[in-house]
Design a protein around this ligand. Structure first.
Ligand SMILES: Cc1cc2nc3c(=O)[nH]c(=O)nc-3n(C[C@H](O)[C@H](O)[C@H](O)COP(=O)(O)OP(=O)(O)OC[C@H]3O[C@@H](n4cnc5c(N)ncnc54)[C@H](O)[C@@H]3O)c2cc1C
Length: 337
């Protein structure tokens, strides 16, 4: 394990923001993680754990240590008639895990295809897409507690999962390093096709015998068309969450805006944040090198040399505008540092 000094984080965040980490290390194993924490001196604190950097916005240099988790390994722990249990090192690329599961015919995560980042970050914001959330397939999360230095296992009920959130993103942010996750996947996959354009695209592609493999292919096709590729255009996916509104707010808003789209997620009523942002005139707008994506207004873009502060200022401008017009506060999905 090597600790480097004054390293640019530009290659380590998908927004492509050029800030420096005072100290920087890449950790390839649980031993590296333990060694890194035991060698921490006061000037190397605080520590920021990073996976693929696809859900962070850096607004300034980081005056502590940034540690990228790079551990690899997918192991079948056990199986029974219905399920297979996979232990996955935190540094695995999430989409490689999805590909692996699909290739083996194990269902449950195919709808989470093509979400950038690491497996270890999955529980942090309870990643979700196309009607599936990480919590639906989780068996356990193995962590190191940076305060007590003990290892601990979290079952889903301990993780306080919510919409794009968990204990690891809220109450105990930065307390635990996630070393690995264990997923419980289905040997007889149950397809989830009722979200977004999945069914329509399957029909258009002439696919009749739908498998988890065809679902993965279709989702990759839809996402490639709709979302900007961070390798070409800096971004961190949806910058904002879809706001959840109360029944009273719904009544007030639908009277004022009869065309307002809403959707239900369990008990909650959600308004598409993209629609709110578009109504405020931000869709496709560019302010210097910071902008709003032309097809998906939830996504903020770094067109080249935007600073994190410029992206954040744009986000705040959008939040203010949506609040003024609709009385709704947009929450940020991306972690700001
Ligand atoms: C084009 C694009 C599309 C996206 N689409 C989706 C989507 O559909 N659904 C969705 O939910 N998200 C989406 N995202 C957001 C992002 O991909 C996910 O949040 C992903 O899980 C982040 O993984 P990461 O490894 O890059 O995390 P990072 O950005 O590196 O870290 C995110 C947070 O997790 C913490 N963290 C990371 N690894 C660990 C660890 N091992 N232990 C403890 N804490 C850790 C970090 O400290 C940070 O607070 C998208 C992003 C992009 C760029």
């Amino acid at each position: 394990m090597q600790v480097l000094e004054n390293i640019s984080l530009k290659p380590y965040n998908t927004f492509g923001i050029d800030v420096k980490a005072r100290y920087f290390a890449e950790l390839y194993s649980d031993n590296d993680i333990a060694e890194f924490y035991s060698s921490l001196t006061p000037e190397r604190i605080p520590v920021l754990i990073l996976g693929g950097g696809s859900n962070v916005l850096f607004t300034k240099d980081f005056e502590g240590s940034v540690a990228c988790i790079r551990s690899k390994g997918i192991v079948k722990l056990m199986d029974d008639e219905q399920h297979v249990y996979l232990k996955i090192a935190a540094g695995e690329v999430w989409d490689d895990v999805v590909k692996y599961a699909v290739e083996h015919g194990w269902g449950g995560i195919e709808n989470l295809s093509m979400i950038p980042g690491s497996a270890g970050a999955g529980p942090v914001q309870n990643i979700g897409a196309y009607g599936v959330e990480f919590k639906d397939v989780l068996y356990s999360v193995e962590v190191a507690d940076v305060i007590s230095r003990h290892y601990r296992s979290f079952r889903p009920a301990d993780c306080e999962f919510g919409y794009r959130g968990s204990i690891f993103k809220t109450r105990e942010k930065n307390r635990f390093v996630i070393n690995s996750i264990c997923l419980k996947l289905d040997k007889q996959p149950v397809l989830k096709l009722d979200y977004g354009d999945i069914r329509k695209e399957l029909v258009n592609a002439g696919i009749r015998d739908v498998t988890i493999s065809s679902v993965r292919d279709i989702i990759i096709k839809i996402r490639s068309r709709k979302l900007p590729d961070p390798a070409i255009m800096g971004n961190a996916g949806s910058f904002f969450m879809n706001p959840v509104i109360s029944a009273d707010e719904y009544d007030r808003l639908i009277t004022a805006y009869p065309l307002m789209p809403t959707f239900r997620s369990g008990e909650a009523i959600k308004v598409p944040g993209a629609w709110l942002i578009e109504q405020c005139g931000f869709k496709g707008k560019r302010f210097g090198d910071a902008g709003v994506h032309e097809h998906q207004p939830l996504v903020l873009i770094n067109y080249g040399n935007a600073t994190g502060e410029e992206i954040l200022a744009l986000a705040e401008k959008i939040i203010k505008s949506v609040k003024k017009k609709f009385g709704i506060t947009l929450g940020k999905e991306v972690n700001i540092f």
